[in-house]
Design a protein around this ligand. Structure first.
Ligand code: 6PG
Length: 239
């Protein structure tokens, strides 16, 4: 695990953005493309803005394929949509074509159907290769949840690549679609970003591996042979 402590949240945004861009450039150099899953939550907002502002010109955006690691079952223009946030702050501000962007199909009848369909989209994209993302971004909640993998939830045991999940602990109470451990842990890089004092206990658990994943789902994120990267600001840093 790589553990990076930044002085404050603005620095976290710039350091994380630079790392994302480095991983993108290395992936494009090696394989000709870069596959990334965005995360929701408030922490990555500044990182997305930083990417759009500072790396708009020289990041080979035409080689990026952008997915979302979890989302609420709402249309993309809904305020609670993780994709909507990523689109507004990043994707709409960089030269990336619609065909390179893969939101959760929330126009379907249920979160369950959307999860099944999203898995098919991911498998088709990577086919004939296994579904190995270059980078999956994740946040972590005070209760230890990550993506839409909530403590003690059935989604923790899913063997599919994508699953649906009931609302969990975060408002608003809307069904969700989420990457599962098998997909997350297959990635070449998984990057947690956390900021603020409220995250300190969970970051401490994450670093020390003090709990079981069933109680603190972020602990179940162990990419192998990929790398786990944890970026926090000083307030969230484990003591
Ligand atoms: C979401 C994400 C969720 C998020 C954490 C951390 O839908 O918001 O799925 O896992 O990353 O709750 O969010 P903050 O960065 O806002 O604390």
């Amino acid at each position: 695990m790589e553990y990076h402590i930044c002085e404050e949240s603005a620095q976290l945004a710039s350091v994380a953005a630079a790392r994302i861009r480095d991983i993108a450039m290395a992936a494009i150099h090696t394989s000709g493309r870069f596959t990334i899953a965005l995360t929701g939550g408030s922490t990555p907002e500044k990182t997305y803005e930083y990417l759009a502002e500072h790396y708009v010109n020289d990041s080979h955006w035409e080689k990026w394929a952008v997915f979302v690691g979890d989302d609420r079952f709402v249309p993309p223009d809904h305020t609670a949509s993780n994709f909507g946030m990523g689109h507004r702050l990043l994707l709409s501000r960089v030269p990336i074509e619609k065909g390179q962007i893969f939101p959760v199909p929330t126009h379907l009848a249920s979160a369950e159907q959307a999860a099944a369909e999203y898995q098919k989209t991911i498998e088709k994209y990577f086919s004939p290769h296994p579904c190995i993302f270059d980078l999956i971004l994740l946040g972590v909640g005070d209760d230890g949840h990550t993506a839409s993998l909530f403590p003690k939830a059935p989604a923790l045991n899913a063997i599919s690549l994508v699953t649906h999940s009931p609302p969990g602990t975060l408002p608003p109470p809307i069904d969700r679609v989420t990457f599962t451990y098998p997909l997350i842990n297959a990635a070449r890089h998984v990057m947690f970003m956390a900021s603020g004092e409220k995250k300190r206990p969970v970051i401490s658990d994450l670093i020390a591996r003090k709990k079981f994943a069933v109680d603190c789902p972020a602990i179940g994120v162990n990419p192998y042979p990929g790398k786990l990267l944890v970026y926090v600001d000083r307030d969230a840093a484990a003591t």
